[in-house]
Design a protein around this ligand. Structure first.
Ligand code: DAH
Length: 339
């Protein structure tokens, strides 16, 4: 029996050289340690061994069993390691390869100008507020002294959602929302999208951006309005600009004005850019109408204020000498890359 056990060990050693896969390991285990395996069958003959020999034979068979189990364990580890290194090999990255170049996007010109504008106003102590684009008739018109039959409503072709709900045609609606919520002193600007049912052409688009401004405090006069807006435009366009205030009418300001800037191109002489006017219109403004203050429960005998509104695209076009508004919405990378 001793020799049989020795033979098993020798044959197992030879077999081990051919064990390459998990299936091979299982076959090996069955061949030697299975119920009908070689070692098991030999051990069944233990009864025939003399009592003196038995401990010795027992010892050898234990050694052979240990040898077989250890061989199986180390084969399994070997196979698992091989699988892992194959996987790692497949996932290997060559860190010395040059990287892929990512194209970096640019800010849209109107975002750049808006950022500049908000920075200037923040520098003068203003805060930024936003209002809803879907607005009620009350905030967009009624509270701004534009009752239902007012002719000035026709100037702004409105997208109505229902009788009382619309896409705001002007950011002036935010003035009312702010004054309802906040008591003076108020120093805010409010940038945002506005909508008008206009045909698309080089200077019109049904959606564009405005920046509204509102100041309400004690002793605010037209000089404050002039000083604030002149300072703003000098910061944006340079110290040497020339501005003029031209009387105008807006229902929510009294008196009202439009601010024009001398044409950069001809310096006031008149050219194609300014349509021979010498000046270009920049924004609308005025002293907040006492009725508008009252609509928001602010006492016009104690407080006064000024307001203004400008079109962001127009200011951006002027700043970068862009002559067609449609370029703003086409997202042509050749256009956007220039800023
Ligand atoms: N809401 C005007 C527009 O859409 C612009 C404007 C004019 C706003 C005068 C104002 C203002 O706040 O005082 O054309």
């Amino acid at each position: 029996m001793k020799t049989q056990l020795e033979e098993i060990k020798v044959s197992a050693q030879a077999d081990l050289n051919n064990v390459k896969t998990k299936q091979d390991v299982e076959a090996f285990r069955t061949k030697y340690l299975g119920k009908k395996g070689l070692l098991t069958s030999i051990l069944k003959q233990m009864g025939t061994v003399s009592p003196e020999e038995r401990p010795k034979v027992g010892q050898i068979s234990n050694d052979v069993r240990d040898f077989l189990s250890q061989s199986i364990d180390s084969k399994i580890t070997e196979i698992q390691n091989a699988e892992l290194s194959k996987k790692l090999q497949a996932e290997k990255i060559d860190v010395t390869l040059p990287g892929k170049k990512h194209r970096i996007g640019r800010c849209h010109p109107s975002s750049l100008v808006l950022e500049e504008i908000t920075d200037i106003f923040i520098g003068m102590g203003f805060s930024i507020v936003e209002g809803p684009e879907i607005e009620s008739d009350y905030y967009n018109f009624e509270a701004l002294n534009l009752p239902k039959e007012h002719p000035a409503r026709d100037v702004q072709d409105t997208f109505y959602i229902d009788e009382n709900t619309l896409l705001r045609t002007q950011t002036s609606s935010v003035q009312i929302r702010v004054m309802e919520k906040q008591k003076p002193p108020i120093y805010i600007i409010s940038p945002g999208k506005v909508y008008r049912a206009d045909e698309v052409d080089a200077t019109h688009c049904p959606v564009f951006h405005q920046i509204e401004g509102l100041v309400v405090d004690k002793d605010i006069t037209f000089s404050d309005l002039k000083g604030t807006l002149e300072n703003f435009l000098k910061n944006l366009y340079g110290e040497d600009i020339v501005v003029r205030f031209r009387p105008h009418h807006f229902p929510y300001t009294e008196p009202s004005a439009e601010l024009d800037m001398q044409c950069f191109s001809c310096r006031g002489k008149g050219c194609r850019l300014c349509k021979n006017e010498g000046f270009i219109e920049v924004l609308g403004c005025g002293m907040v109408h006492p009725q508008v203050l009252q609509n928001c429960n602010i006492d016009p005998n104690i407080y006064s204020g000024f307001a203004f509104g400008m079109g962001l695209e127009r200011i951006t076009m002027r700043k970068y000498k862009i002559d067609d508004l449609r370029l703003f919405y086409e997202n042509d990378i050749r256009f956007l890359n220039q800023f």
